[in-house]
Design a protein around this ligand. Sequence first.
Ligand SMILES: C[S@@+](CC[C@H](N)C(=O)[O-])C[C@H]1O[C@@H](n2cnc3c(N)ncnc32)[C@H](O)[C@@H]1O
Length: 234
Amino acid sequence: MEYLYCKNDNFEDYSSGRVLYGGSGIPNFPVRLINEMFGRAVHYLEKKSDLTVYDPCCGGGYSLTVLGFFHSAEIGKIYGSDIDGNMLEHAGKNLSLLRYEGLEARKKELEALFDAYHKASHHDALQSVEVLKKQLGKPVDSEVFQADCTKPLPRLDADIIITDVPYGNLVDWDNGEGDSQDLMLEQLSHISDQEMIIAISMDKKQKINSAAWNVLEKHNIGKRKFLIMSRKKG
Ligand SMILES: C[S@@+](CC[C@H](N)C(=O)[O-])C[C@H]1O[C@@H](n2cnc3c(N)ncnc32)[C@H](O)[C@@H]1O
């Protein structure tokens, strides 16, 4: 696949655990790929600004936070949900970095760590805070909530749903059902009446069989594949 929406770059300022909060068991996602998936999803939407973006398997909110930094001009609101309350705590902390006061608080935390331990990693992270401050064009509003996305979900008027579903590497589907992605896609088709595009990443071996969504694009990237889909009409 040719990358159309994100050039190859050094994304170390966004590394999990540097400024963005990470930790053992907290998943992350390639920065270039999530930006590419977002760009491809926006391409199919008539609406190009004030977008509502939702990740129903948001984990620690890594992907959503990265998207907030790169696309604050286009994004009006971010929603993240996950079945796991511990993940959501991380997601809330990460998404708080999309407000200047959140970044300032993280800077103070890193300064205290640097004063205590004089580690190069904290010094580097402090430099990355400055890069992220410049990158964040405007603050991005966000909200997280706990939900099993294979069950009925609240209405959200999302424009873009973007997600990396569990594939049993670091995290598995919590309800253990083989057709969880299809159940999720069915529930997601009911969250809004407006035009919605979904960008979904999964393991190459995982299959989708959804009556609710049309596949617009499908790409293989290493062990992963991602699909861009629009909701079927009627
Ligand atoms: C691959 S991770 C997502 C990573 C995330 N996109 C990120 O950027 O960090 C998949 C997530 O799905 C969550 N999950 C598993 N089963 C779920 C379910 N039934 N409903 C909602 N979330 C679920 C897991 O807790 C995990 O956080």
